[in-house]
Write a protein that binds this ligand. Sequence first.
Ligand code: NAD
Ligand code: UDP
Length: 310
Amino acid sequence: MRTVITGGAGFVGSHLCERFLDDGDEVVCVDNLLTGSLKNIDQLAADPRFRFVRHDISEPIELDGPVDNVLHFASPASPVDYLAHPIPTLKVGSLGTHNALGLAKAKDARFLLASTSEIYGDPDVHPQREDYWGNVNTIGPRGCYDEAKRFAEAITMAYHRFHGVKTHIVRIFNTYGPRMRLNDGRVLPNFMKQALRGDPITIYGKGEQTRSFCYVTDLVDGIHRLLKADYALPVNIGNPSEITVHQLAEEIIALVEGTKSRIVYNDLPEDDPKRRKPDITKAQTLLGWNPIVDRPDGLKRTLAYFRSVV
Ligand code: NAD
Ligand code: UDP
């Protein structure tokens, strides 16, 4: 098998590169390093089955040789990143997805889109099931990411229905683990960095908003199963264990023994979703998938990583 992974030098993408190499595949990582880093794939460089192609997938791509799978993960994913790069985010979700689908069609390969729980916006259905259409503010600051991913889902279904491409859509809920960028602005790197440095822990709003955090190896396992399934409609992959941002801050403070960090409260960003939790019935029944790394274990493993880079 030869698997192309766009965004392969990013957090999730680098774990996917590793997993597909472990399976015996050849892996072609396509990345323009906008929010990723060669450090994430350093350990793979010596493997003759691994190839890195520096390329912006929002531009057309031609690759020599056969391709069996195209996994499209290129896109800024942290709110801080996509607010800093709104137009590249819109382009990679639209033009980038079109180009990645074109590659899959030309090579008669399977295609898997990294979609997101953000397509549900600030949801008024809880927990979120795949048949919920969402509540997105098109013109708000998060619209560049949410609408790009909604377009990406639509064009993926069009390639499936019109061109007969074998496609898959994974709706990923907040995922964490080693190789998240220390300064990507997401809540987990922020709180861990702050706790390790003894800086104030910055809760946005009152911290009553909720998220459900999935450890990265569980996500990768779900994606792997979905790719092998004969199913084109979207599937949620996430850990349904829901906590408030305040609880997360307390858990991280307790984990970093001796930290001098205290909680401070900053403004809540516009359109910040109030509650988020995946309904994973579909992944359980269709893929036989369940997350297996619980938060205490996942947080410990992630903290060990951040200790090494902070
Ligand atoms: P990340 O920022 O670590 O990785 C994204 C990668 O895509 C980076 O290596 C970046 O350089 C690359 N990239 C961006 N634009 C590109 C372009 N035009 N051409 C080529 N490469 C480009 O983010 P991540 O957390 O690893 O997210 C990966 C994917 O998973 C994204 O598509 C994101 O929307 C999706 N996702 C992630 C989460 C999460 O919690 N991590 C949740 C939902 C969805
Ligand atoms: N958040 C916070 N402090 C931070 C960073 C984020 O309180 O330093 C909050 C943010 O407002 C949101 C939640 O944590 O409610 C998750 O934010 P993140 O940026 O990780 O991802 P999101 O789920 O919003 O895409």
